[in-house]
Design a protein around this ligand. Sequence first.
Ligand code: 6GU
Length: 249
Amino acid sequence: MRIDVVTIFPGYLDALDLSLVGKARRDGLLDLRVHDLRDWTTDRHRTVDDTPFGGGAGMVMRPDVWGRALDDVLGRTGGGDPAGRQVLLVPTPSGERLTQRTVEDLATVDQLVLACGRYEGIDARVAEHYADAGVEVREFSLGDYVLNGGEVAALVVVEAVARLLPGVVGNPQSLVEESHGAAGLLEYPVYTKPPAWAGREVPEILLSGHHGNIARWRRDLALERTAERRPDMVGTLDPADLDRRDRAV
Ligand code: 6GU
């Protein structure tokens, strides 16, 4: 998969050289390219923003600069059909909430482009223009709080998507039982050695070697945790699926 990130702070994305994402890049599983938006400016000051029409506080990012950058990165300059499915992702606190379901879908596309806005955001015509040109455009938010720009959201998307690409996570089984996975529950608590620490013992059942009882205990705790911490998620569970999974442990 190819992922392009366009930002005025390319250094923010340096962390993507590290850990599993860095290894995926070096192994050729992920073609990640970070671009400086100012490379597409034409004036001496390398201006990317201007004052908002209609008045108000702050600055808005100019559509002409973004248009040149995105045409290049999406391969829409110099003719020729761009290959495959392209998704333009625009991080913004006014977007749709990003979920694991969306991330799973994004992991199947050929090219993801992240357009990181700063200030009060990007001129609204940019998203409309690329949607009209046949690019899937998704404006997304991480949650109900405000960040200064889209760079942290780009880090989030790259990491969440990259770990779903074939070969990136060593043991694919670790993708199966996690929070926000197919069961629709938060993950159960986990423990490792030593069996006693700070006066606390690991739950005895985990040392019993009885896999059936352990699976039952883990499912009970996942249900309890989800009900306590995320009552909103409980409402979305399908009772028939809950029963089916309950009978399976
Ligand atoms: Cl995606 N961008 C910004 N600027 N703020 C956010 C966000 C995104 N998600 C939550 N807050």
